[in-house]
Write a protein that binds this ligand. Structure first.
Ligand SMILES: [Fe+2]
Length: 181
């Protein structure tokens, strides 16, 4: 199969491992958030096989995209997207600088984390991949009472990569095969 994923080098791999561990440490006993980040990261990796993008930036952003949620809840009593966007970047930046990440990566991750609830806020393939990977996880379970037509309309409106849209159709449309024929 045609595969656009640029495999991380051994050094990049261990950096990504450290980011994952840092995220897990930070969320501590909050298993739900850890699992969510890991699932989003898995979809992001799948999307990287279809979309040309920076592997390290995409996966780092996927691990850390919701990292502001605890501070949002603590300071503002809410996990609403705008509070997460405000509180996430400082936490992500601190974690990444502790790991010795380069400034350029830290800045770009912070930009994605700080905008990940705002449609089209960052014009980059890494942002679009995170957007669709997050949607692939978040839509799961939310479509139980919807018809295929309604689901299709939501996906049309929401998904921002062709690969993400196709993946979502495959995952969420009951009669997807019939429609493809
Ligand atoms: Fe998320």
């Amino acid at each position: 199969m045609f595969d656009l994923l640029v495999k991380p080098s051994p050094a990049q791999k261990s950096f990504l491992e450290a980011v994952r561990a840092g995220m897990e440490n930070y969320f501590a006993t909050d298993r739900r958030r850890i699992d969510h980040a890991l699932q989003v990261c898995r979809y992001a990796r799948d999307l990287l096989t279809y979309i040309e993008a920076d592997t390290v930036l995409t996966l780092t952003a996927a691990y850390l995209h919701d990292i502001g949620i605890h501070e949002a809840e603590r300071k503002h009593g809410s996990s609403a997207g705008n509070w997460q966007e405000l509180e996430g970047p400082p936490v992500a930046m601190a974690l990444l600088s502790q790991l010795g990440a380069e400034d350029d990566l830290i800045e770009k991750v912070a930009e994605i984390v700080g905008n990940h609830h705002t449609p089209g806020a960052v014009d980059s393939p890494e942002f679009r991949i995170l957007w669709d990977a997050d949607a692939l996880v978040n839509f799961a379970g939310g479509f139980a009472t919807k018809t295929d037509g309604q689901i299709e309309a939501i996906l049309h409106r929401h998904m921002v990569t062709e690969a993400g849209f196709r993946m979502a159709r495959k995952r969420f449309l009951a009669d997807q095969e019939r429609q493809e024929r």
